[in-house]
Design a protein around this ligand. Sequence first.
Ligand code: ELD
Length: 532
Amino acid sequence: MTESGNENVHRFKKAATRIFHRIVEIAARLLFSIVYYGSNEKVPPINNILLLESASSLAFKIRTKKVSSVEVVESFIARIKEVNPIINSLVDNRFATALEEARAADELIASGLKSETVLAKEKPFLGVPFTTKECLQSEGLSFSAGLYKRRSIRGTKDADAVACMKKAGAILLGVTNVSELAMWWESHNYVHGRSRNPYNASRIVGGSSGGEGAILAAGASPIGIGSDIGGSIRMPCFFNGIFGHKPSKFIVSNEGQFPNPSDEDHASFLGLGPMGRYACDLLPILKIVADKNASKLKLETKVDMKQVKVYYAEDDGGSSFISPVDSDIKASLRKVISYLEKAHGIKAQKVALKPLRLSGPIWLARMKSRSGSRFAQELSNNEGNLNIFWELLKWLLCMSHHTLIALCTVVMEGFGVKYGSPKHQYLVEQSNQLQVQLTDMLGDDGVFLYPTHPTPAPFHNEPLIKPFNFAYAGIFNIMGFPATHIPLGLGSEGLPIGIQAVGTYGNDHLTIAMAVELEKAFGGWVPPSVSV
Ligand SMILES: CCCCCCCC/C=C\CCCCCCCC(N)=O
């Protein structure tokens, strides 16, 4: 066959794959709509104004005795008790200890031993409650990572990031649900069950920091710490309409997570960072969890929006296996672009970065390690290897304690592209090319705006039909770049939508400044329900 003939066959195959994928997606959506018809419960409206404060504002009010820490902690505990039966977000708590710590914080403030200025410096979040995901070790609390074999394991010490928060005076309320081994974008497992979206309980909360996204959006915790190796902070923030920041690589310590990154590459993809309802909390919380590495970032630099260069893309250029970007998301991105021009004279440039179309395959290839598959081992809690055929059979007979997607991930690891093969090398090259393109384009004063995810929160289990949609977020983990999710209100289905702002290494202050700016212009977090 001639070269142009070959090209035509290739084009035809691609179009056919895309059409087939769309048909399956539409048919599945129809089926899920029928299955979940009428089960669109929301969390009740927030009636306590303390729950509407940012973590920074709560810290200030506690420190200056305008409100007591006990009052704040009690308010959030009451809200958790109200919403958790609907969203199944908090899976273990330390309420009694948290209240004791709140009393101690109030006593320290009342004693006058330390001035407000000293307290603001030494314990900037004194008396402010927070939550974190269950796969981040927290002393005395469940630490299963959603793995049935680990169901009775509890943390014996705090992960570094949790310890940093406590050192800053913050009070841990409890831990939130994750996907099995934090390796999927829906939070469901056989230890703690399934978490549900506060805007519509028939929809997912995302993963792996999904319980965290839901509890924050429901107004039941002021601030949270998540982790992100393939979008696990940004996707839950997107589905639950809140802010979240995945920092530049190696800024926040990964210590104290299960599973642990298997090598240096994986460790560079993983980033722990803040999640919350208000953009103003991202930077101070990042500073705290970054600890000594905060000085590697430019967090004190004031950003002049007029000097920021903006680039954007409305989609990945048309990957066959990824859903098309929802029209509400595209429209909101366009509104952002025209706002930036009107308010700051920024002439944003639309770009087409070819390797983005390969985001899914690139992420999967870069996650391959030289030493071979580890997921099957981790699924057995590193106690031998999992017999995948036996487990799949057990799953079919409803006898397995593993989720279907975890088993599919083991299969994928076995059958996917081999480490070092020509296909693997090609994908690594594409990934390097994208890194160079983004670095040259953005420099130290540019931000790339891009959908965080192609569709608003799908129904439970629907992600199995579109597994690679996570790649919109995951690709930037591979680059080691900072990325901030920015909520932009609700779409036509009443579900949160938004975009991410991506910068080059070390420019976390730029993507966070963009979040602060767009929150001012577009309103940021929208409560799931309001009193009538
Ligand atoms: C029934 C269909 C099965 C399709 C199998 C697809 C296997 C997918 C493999 C990897 C998906 C990884 C998703 C990563 C999500 C976020 C992870 C994170 N912790 O940041």
